[in-house]
Design a binder for this molecule. Structure first.
Ligand code: SF4
Length: 750
């Protein structure tokens, strides 16, 4: 095997591209090594081998084997020990070394003289921390609390010790937090109402399914390792149905592809349920013994739902709905993968409940190879030592008990006199603008690029203009950094100790520090300890975060006997030999039929759901009314995760510029030709870009892939996406989701 001296092996890169379906498009010069050095024969003994884990909030959370020589990451590969990662990474993963050694990395703490001026100057860590600490103390002095200090952080690095960012805020006092999640909250609540928790089957058992419906997910791009299970199920005779508003690469592999009207998923599921009911294909044993409220649900279907109605709402012919419903109900087992895209609607939670009901009424819950697959947090039982830091004595905060919940509720309740103040992470701009008594004066941004991910970018710009100090911790200059006063350079996965676990599969991998931190980069917890040092030097007792930390020890502090037992290891250092899989009693979630709902059964009728202001039954809920001529969809791109990866040279080969994708019939009506430059606009803002005409996009829809393209290109889909809320999410994640896919816009040639 030959390897490029400063990158990954050709074979590995090609394998990644093949997994991502792109090998045939590979420009020849990408096959050339990063440097002009000649390839050398491979001998594993020539390298130090480290274990890493991709922390990018991706379904796959890959275990990585890293080869280091002379203190340099030479190349990486997927860990062969994990049957899920199975020795392969996606093309983004294979590009990691390009990220570490990118000349564009932020190398030192820097201060910008004039936000958006580009007048950056290098400062020392001492100077940066001094300025930040003095501002924090000034806020405390002026306001009598630290509620004027806000944190917006999400999943740019999902390593468990990175929850030390939240810990750092707690160690300063009660602050303002942006809580919730843009990703999956409506579906989480829906599954909690129906099943009592979000818990999915092991994805590896999809091979046993006789019928697979992938509903609103595109694993060929977003979970490449799961595709092998779908394809194996297919090889064993399963039928694969893909339901998506876009003809995706996953859809191209399906036996049946449905392209329903967006927001009509609930109607489609209920239409299928009605047909299953009429045909007597309900699993009577399950609905009688293990479920609550099925008869009420059946009565709702009989009185309010017909297949013809579902066909009219969704645009899918009634005969096809009947055929797929019948096949799904008679296949044993049958499964539905519920994607996060289909719940990013004003009726997304209601739609997930309707799909759950379809899986439950056919007896596919609790069955290996079956299940309503959404996600799980069953392997996340760490200590959260980095997260759980104490406020300094005498801290004053928001009056009331409970505290911020966020995606993972670690607060454990309690009757605290004060808590942090919380705003919805999906309305960051509005939260900053609304915050009064006190206003948010300073914002700390970490593991997140709000200008690429948050909604209503023009409003966000206005909101940032009200802030007195913005500190962003990042690896690359991006639009959020441009809107900041101070940027602090953070380590990549190869430069820090942490541990990562998945919300989809059941493998656990360690993340070792494989190389010394480049330049002056530091991990999030090291940054917190530096801030603590400066705070305490200026005002003793003002910060409780430990001032001298060993990041390897902090990793150890996250483990407990429960984790060791569930993964069958004696100590975390066992993971240095490779990732391990949780010891599962069954690959099926809910295999013991002990549901987490108030009744202990699967709840077709959820009184808790009604108490929370929704329907008790999984009824149809209409989608958002269109406010412009076209539906606008902004899904994730293939070669990036939000703004991550897309700026790397290899990715740039595939993303030289963004495109609008639209149906040729719509383009003809607008006198738009292929590759014309167009203006896409709506009430939020506008973008200008070239158009590609394709029948992969449904008529009356516009598709633009969400990402930061960088390199002087100011394209940003968040110029067109508002912050309209999804129907659910507040119950389990602290804030409702956001209707990213209920957006509308118009287009014209320029
Ligand atoms: S982005 Fe996803 S598939 Fe790619 S390496 Fe990371 S975890 Fe694996």
């Amino acid at each position: 095997m030959s390897h490029t001296p400063s990158g990954l092996s050709r074979r590995q890169f090609l394998k990644g591209l093949t997994m991502a379906g792109a090998a045939s498009l590979l420009p020849l010069r990408l096959l050339m090594p990063y440097t002009a050095q000649a390839s050398t024969a491979f001998n594993a003994k020539d390298f130090q081998i480290f274990r890493n884990a991709c922390p990018r909030n991706c379904y796959d959370t890959c275990s990585i084997k890293t080869y280091v020589k002379d203190g340099v990451v030479q190349f990486i590969e997927g860990a062969p020990e994990s049957t899920f990662t199975a020795g392969g990474l996606c093309v983004k993963g294979y590009a990691y070394p390009r990220r570490v050694y990118s000349p564009d990395r932020i190398k030192y703490p820097m201060v910008q003289d004039g936000r958006r001026s580009g007048n950056w100057r290098r400062v020392s860590w001492d100077e940066a921390m001094d300025r930040i600490a003095k501002k924090i103390l000034e806020i405390k002095e002026k306001d009598g609390s630290l509620l004027g200090l806000g944190l917006t952080k999400y999943s740019g690095n999902f390593g468990i010790t990175n929850y030390g960012v939240e810990g750092m805020m707690s160690s300063l006092g009660y602050t303002t937090r942006f809580v919730g999640t843009p990703c999956w909250p409506a579906g989480i609540d829906a599954q909690n109402y129906d099943l009592g928790d979000m818990w999915c089957n092991d994805p590896e058992d999809m091979v046993k399914a006789r019928y697979v419906i992938v509903w609103g997910a595109n694993p060929a791009w977003c979970s490449v390792h799961s595709m092998k299970y779908i394809m194996e199920a297919k090889r064993r005779g399963a039928k694969v149905v893909v339901i998506d508003p876009v003809f995706t690469q996953t859809a191209a592999k399906a036996d049946v592809f449905w392209q329903p009207e967006t927001s009509s998923d609930g109607a489609l599921a209920l239409g299928m349920a009605r047909h299953i009911l009429d045909k007597g294909l309900t699993d009577k044993g399950f609905v009688t013994e293990n479920a609550l409220g099925f008869e009420e649900f059946a009565a709702y279907l009989r009185e309010n739902v017909t297949v013809e109605w579902a066909a009219e709402v969704s645009g899918i012919p009634a005969e096809q709905i009947r055929e797929v419903a019948e096949e799904f109900a008679t296949a044993d087992p049958a499964t539905i993968w519920i994607g996060y895209g289909m719940q990013r609607h004003t009726n997304g939670g209601a739609s997930v409940r309707a799909i759950d009901a379809l899986v439950a009424m056919t007896g596919n819950v609790g069955k290996e190879g079956g299940g309503a697959r959404y996600g799980h947090l069953r392997t996340w039982g760490f200590n959260y030592h980095a997260l759980l830091q104490k406020q300094p004595e005498g801290s004053v905060g928001f009056v009331g008990a409970g505290g911020p919940k966020g995606e993972f509720d670690f607060t454990k309740g309690g009757a605290a006199s004060y808590t942090d103040r919380t705003f919805n992470i999906n309305k960051t701009a509005q939260g900053i603008l609304d915050a009064k008594d006190p206003a948010i004066r300073m914002l700390w941004v970490s593991c997140k690029n709000p200008f690429a991910q948050d909604f209503d970018r023009p409003k966000l710009e206005k909101a940032f203009d009200t802030l007195e100090l913005v500190v962003t911790v990042d690896q690359f200059f991006n639009e959020t950094v441009a809107n900041s006063d101070i940027v602090l350079p953070v380590t990549t996965l190869f430069e820090e100790w942490t541990v990562n676990v998945s919300y989809w599969h059941y493998w656990l991998g360690i993340n070792e520090q494989a190389i010394k931190p480049m330049y002056e980069t530091k991990s999030n917890i090291e940054i917190a300890s530096l801030l603590s040092k400066r705070m305490n030097a200026l005002a003793p007792g003002s910060c409780t975060f430990p001032q001298d930390i060993d990041t390897r020890e902090w990793l150890e502090k996250e483990f407990n006997q429960g984790i060791y037992d569930s993964f069958g290891i004696k100590h975390w250092t066992d993971l240095r030999n490779g990732p391990v899989k949780a010891r599962l009693a069954s690959t099926a979630s809910w295999h013991d039929m002990k549901f987490g709902t108030p009744s202990g059964k699967y709840e077709f009728r959820s009184d808790l759901c009604r108490e929370h202001g929704h329907e008790a039954l999984p009824k149809y809920k209409e989608g958002r009314k269109p406010y412009d001529a076209f539906r606008l969809l902004t899904p994730h791109t293939k070669f990036g995760l939000h703004s991550q990866f897309i700026n790397l040279d290899w990715m740039h080969e595939y993303n030289k510029e963004p495109f609008l994708y639209m149906h040729p019939d719509d383009a003809r009506a607008k006198n738009i030709n292929d590759l014309d430059t167009v203006r896409v606009f709506n009430k939020v803002g506008e973008v200008r870009l070239k158009v590609k005409l394709t029948r992969n996009v449904a008529p009356r829809s516009l598709v633009m892939y969400e990402a930061w393209f960088g390199r002087g290109n100011d394209f940003n889909v968040q110029n067109l996406v508002d912050d309209e809320a999804a129907d659910m999410g507040a119950y389990k994640t602290g804030a409702p989701g956001v209707a990213i896919h209920d957006q509308f816009a118009n287009v014209e040639r320029v």
